[in-house]
Write a protein that binds this ligand. Structure first.
Ligand code: NOJ
Length: 501
């Protein structure tokens, strides 16, 4: 097994994680200061969302220099120190590479837009209106019902941007763009990163002349784009990574069909891992989760792809919010995340069962309405929760009780529960590598087993708001792992893990 198949990744949104400089925005030295915490929690790798120079219109996903650090986050020296300190603790570090678009402040775009003859014109996607005055296609940009094309007055042509107007799409058909972006990968690989999360990487291949997006859907083009050429580009990217030992790519393939997602692993020559986002929309129902697991298992096994699991991230409501802040559900969701077959990605704060913060209208900063799930991590119990008095986003109302300090002091907290699960996962080869066997729904209870050699574990999750019978007969159980003592029944929305004889 490769390290990334057994690892638990922990996503850090750097603005919101920990602030060493005291300016109200989290930074790299803040992350370094929390590495001991992450080691105690028991994760294996961190994915750090973008920290590169940026005008921050999309809070760092609009990069104006791929090979430096934005001063708000620190310096390259701080980054090197963070990587060294993480590695000293056996924590791998992957960073966020944003290949589909740059910021409109990037010097490449400044050059490209300057004239139709500029040598960098072809680095972005420029088109004129057709003879009937129509745009090249009907694509819609993210977070709006607006076209993904904007006219640039300097030359009168339109440029493509699947996200904000200030995030022009790069033209990956241009070999020099591919070369430049490969060099960005090498820059960070040479600095010792263990790999990359690749932002909307399914989007880098495009067919502008393809049929227009379905009118009815009025969906952003981002979640529809899936064309063959991207696989050529992914193979080239893979060969850059293969020039280094043991580095991983995790693609943000923002398509919601596990079947499509699985094709992005290629024949083991494209992405090492791909996000599988259907779980972000799967309702809290036994049959819905069983279907998702079955579909993920089947589609991924068919192409020997190793699945990934995710409950939330910096773009989506936190799992606690999505599940109605019901503690037992949040814990059972963590059981699913950490006991299913595949690589789990834990979003910082999930170990605390942290819900989204309510953001008053005057504090809203994100053009995509995602501020709530980006509220800072409450470290201390008393305000300002280990931050300055004025963090970039407000805390939620449960910050004190959900804080790291409060939960570490309470052995019954979600934090201790999550840590125990992480330890269990690490010590049980069946959870790390085992096959999924006997997936079944019995009423509101979903059960499955994980088998590895002679070791057999069984997991049950009760999706009902009332308690349920234990789904195994006493004589088949060798040991109770969760809870540690045999309970009378499965609690409402509760989960259990046992070792089978
Ligand atoms: C996906 C990222 O996760 C999101 O935060 C960002 O806004 C878009 N890609 C554009 O880069």
């Amino acid at each position: 097994m490769a390290w990334w198949e057994e690892a638990v990744f922990y996503q850090i949104y750097p603005r919101s994680f920990a602030d060493a400089s005291g300016d109200g925005v989290g930074d790299l030295r803040g992350i370094t200061s929390k590495l001991d915490y992450l080691q105690v929690l028991g994760i294996d790798a961190v994915w750090i969302s973008p920290f590169f120079p940026s005008p921050m219109r999309d809070f760092g996903y609009d990069v104006s220099d791929y090979c430096d650090i934005d001063p708000v986050f620190g310096t390259l020296h701080d980054f090197d120190e963070l990587v060294d300190e993480a590695h000293r603790r056996n924590i791998k570090v992957i960073i966020d590479w944003v290949p589909n678009h740059t910021s409109s402040d990037h010097p490449w775009f400044t050059e490209s837009r300057s004239s139709r003859e500029n040598p960098r014109r072809s680095w972005y996607v420029w088109r004129s209106l057709d003879e009937k005055g129509r745009l090249p296609n009907n694509w819609i940009r993210a977070w709006s019902d607006q076209p993904a094309w904007t006219r640039d007055d300097l030359t009168g042509e339109y440029y493509l941007h699947c996200f904000l107007e200030s995030q022009p799409d790069l033209n990956w058909d241009e070999p020099l763009v591919r070369q430049a972006m490969h060099n960005v990968l090498r820059f960070w690989l040479d600095r010792g990163v263990d790999g990359f999360r690749m932002d909307v990487v399914h989007l880098i291949g495009k067919e502008l002349s393809r049929n227009d997006d379905p009118e009815l859907a009025a969906l952003t083009h981002v979640i529809l784009n899936d064309v063959p050429i991207v696989h050529d580009y992914l193979r080239e990217i893979r060969s850059v990574l293969d020039g280094y030992a043991d580095r991983v790519s995790v693609g943000e393939v923002a398509l919601f069909d596990p079947h499509q997602v699985a094709t992005y692993y290629g024949q083991g020559d494209e992405l090492h891992l791909s996000f599988n986002f259907k779980s972000l929309m799967t309702p809290w129902r036994a049959s819905a989760w069983a279907d998702l697991i079955r579909e993920t298992e089947e589609t991924h096994a068919a192409v020997s792809a190793w699945p990934t699991w995710v409950l939330s991230n910096h773009d989506n409501p936190r799992i606690a919010t999505r599940l109605g802040a019901i503690e037992e559900r949040v814990r059972s969701a963590l059981v699913l995340l950490l006991s299913l077959r595949g690589t789990p990605f834990l979003y910082a704060g999930e170990e605390l069962g942290l819900p989204d913060a309510e953001i008053p209208s005057e504090r809203v900063v994100d053009p995509g309405g995602r501020d709530g799930c980006r509220s800072p991590i409450p470290w201390q119990q008393a305000p300002p929760f280990g931050w300055t008095d004025n963090p970039w986003l407000p805390f939620g109302t449960s910050a004190a009780e959900r804080s790291v300090e409060a939960q570490r002091n309470d052995v019954h907290s979600t934090w201790h529960f999550c840590r125990m699960l992480l330890q269990l996962r690490r010590s049980e080869p069946a959870l790390l590598r085992g096959t999924v066997v006997g997936l079944e729904v019995r009423g509101d209870v979903m059960v499955f087993e994980r088998h590895e050699g002679t070791s057999r574990l069984a997991v049950a999750v009760n999706f009902a708001d009332s308690h349920a019978e234990i789904p195994w007969s006493t004589e088949t159980i060798a040991e109770w792992l969760l809870p540690a003592m045999p309970p009378a029944h499965l609690s409402s929305n509760g989960a259990a893990i046992v070792r089978l004889r």
